[in-house]
Write a protein that binds this ligand. Structure first.
Ligand SMILES: C[S@@+](CC[C@H](N)C(=O)[O-])C[C@H]1O[C@@H](n2cnc3c(N)ncnc32)[C@H](O)[C@@H]1O
Length: 216
């Protein structure tokens, strides 16, 4: 599936308001980990902003990036504060210029979006962000290749499948190998039970990493 049709899928999804508005368990987990964090959380692929609104409510500085125009306008509508509205950006998070656009210390928060980009974009993104001095943490919650949806739909490669949209199911060891080049992994778990929704209980990878040059 091309990026255009993937984008179309999410546009229809948010136009029809199919997304849950309650914050995810991952956002709660990250909030507890960060405690009184004073830097910016950049939610990459922020969707309807369910987690962004939660971080904002908990006094975190926020920025959101999403490829779907409808998702971006949904969030902007919900944000009364003009200052924050400017920080909701319609863009591809893999191509976004973090260095130019994020001046404060920041962390990248990716929930259910790491598996939306292909491996080439992933490698380029990691290479790019590893050089940004004001980046602190990366938080990832993503579908693993042990997830039962891996193998469903049109096969693009061993780990890539298209149903009504594209997904690249992530191999834990492969992800760890790439992340470890520039980041220190401080939390890693691959499991079901993280994000149960109705009858769904996907097998996910949760990862927290900090840039190597920054002391824990
Ligand atoms: C499964 S939803 C997750 C939304 C939100 N993070 C959550 O946990 O509810 C995936 C989101 O990523 C966005 N997305 C997919 N690929 C993207 C990309 N390359 N750049 C920016 N956003 C992207 C989609 O538009 C969609 O809003």
């Amino acid at each position: 599936m091309s990026k255009k049709t993937n984008k179309d899928f999410w546009n229809v999804f948010y136009k029809n308001k199919l997304a849950v508005s309650k914050p995810s368990n991952f956002a709660v987990f990250v909030k507890e980990f960060l405690n009184n964090y004073s830097s910016t959380i950049v939610d990459v692929g922020c969707g309807n902003g369910r987690d962004l609104f939660y971080f904002k409510k908990n006094k975190f500085d926020i920025m959101g990036i999403d490829l779907s125009k409808n998702a971006v306008s949904l969030i902007k509508k919900g944000l009364k504060d003009t200052k924050d509205k400017k920080k909701i950006i319609h863009s591809d998070f893999a191509r976004f210029d973090y260095k130019k656009n994020v001046k404060k210390k920041f962390s990248i928060y990716s929930r259910f979006t790491w598996h939306t980009i292909n491996e080439r974009s992933e490698v380029a993104l990691l290479k790019k962000i590893s050089k940004i001095p004001n980046l602190e943490y990366i938080f990832i919650e993503t579908r693993s290749d042990k997830d039962e949806l891996c193998g469903v739909g049109k096969k693009i490669s061993k780990n890539e499948f298209v149903t009504d949209h594209y997904r690249r199911f992530i191999n834990k060891n492969n992800l760890v190998k790439k992340i470890k080049k520039s980041f220190k992994i401080i939390y890693l778990k691959e499991s079901k039970g993280f994000s149960k929704f109705k009858k769904e209980d996907p097998c996910l990878i949760r990862l927290i990493a900090i840039r190597k040059s920054i002391k824990t």
